[in-house]
Design a protein around this ligand. Structure first.
Ligand SMILES: C[S@@+](CC[C@H](N)C(=O)[O-])C[C@H]1O[C@@H](n2cnc3c(N)ncnc32)[C@H](O)[C@@H]1O
Length: 219
């Protein structure tokens, strides 16, 4: 069993500025742990990318699965505070992470075109109005507010996945049932010929959370 990253260096004050790991975070860790052998032995990644890394808990955990220094672990977040904490979380757990402050993956394409072997995204998925999403100045609200169907940020990320994934690449995406996961799977299949499966689903309070896994047809 791979231990959950140590987050003792993060104070309650920090959590006023960065998303605190919760059930959604831990479901993503469980999915990566379930696939650990596959990721180490079959994917053998060179470059991994997490969009919206928050505290860096997920990428640090991935680094523990792969072994520090095995792959380049790039993280992005729109929140600069999150990137500072992501950096500290990596250091605190002896995993080198490369956090970048940007919107989704702005500035990373086309350089990273078809070069990401493991891609993870626990997006802002909560159903809100578009106004809530775009008018909010609160960085924590931006961490969870997803607009209509909770899909507004997710839908911006989907076309990028196809550009980023390498031939052997895999993409892990956390969704809730309100995000219409079957519709997301259809979009990825019909538009980009990406295969998918539901790797995990779990109830967290009233939320049904799922981890979808996507890969290219060529594998
Ligand atoms: C639900 S939180 C997940 C955080 C962390 N990955 C975890 O699992 O605990 C979503 C994260 O995405 C970030 N985020 C929101 N919109 C973004 C965007 N357009 N580009 C990059 N990051 C974004 C938020 O700042 C937040 O850290």
């Amino acid at each position: 069993m791979i231990p959950t990253p140590d987050l003792d260096h993060i104070s309650s004050r920090d959590y006023e500025h960065v998303y605190e790991p919760a059930e959604d975070t831990f479901l993503l860790l469980d999915a990566l742990e379930k696939d650990a052998e596959f990721l180490r032995n079959e994917i053998k990644p060179c470059i991994c990318l997490e969009i919206g890394s928050g505290t860096g808990c997920v990428s640090t955990f991935l680094g523990k699965i792969l072994g520090d220094g095995t792959a380049l672990l790039i993280c992005t977040d729109i929140n600069p505070y999150a990137n500072a904490i992501t950096n500290k979380t990596g250091c605190h757990n002896s995993i080198q992470l490369e956090p970048i402050t940007t919107n989704l993956v702005n500035g990373l394409l086309p350089r990273l075109y078809h070069s990401i072997d493991i891609l993870c995204f626990n997006p802002p998925y909560v159903v809100t109005t578009s106004d809530d999403l775009y008018s909010s100045k609160n960085i924590i609200e931006k961490a969870w507010a997803g607009g209509i169907d909770g899909r507004e940020i997710i839908d911006k990320a989907l076309p990028l996945v196809n550009e980023l994934l390498s031939d052997k690449g895999v993409f892990y995406l956390l969704l809730i049932s309100e995000n219409k996961p079957n519709e997301v799977r259809e979009i990825m299949k019909n538009n980009y010929n990406l295969q998918s499966e539901i790797l995990f689903s779990r109830l967290a309070g009233r939320e049904k959370q799922l981890i979808l896994k996507f890969w290219r047809n060529t594998r």
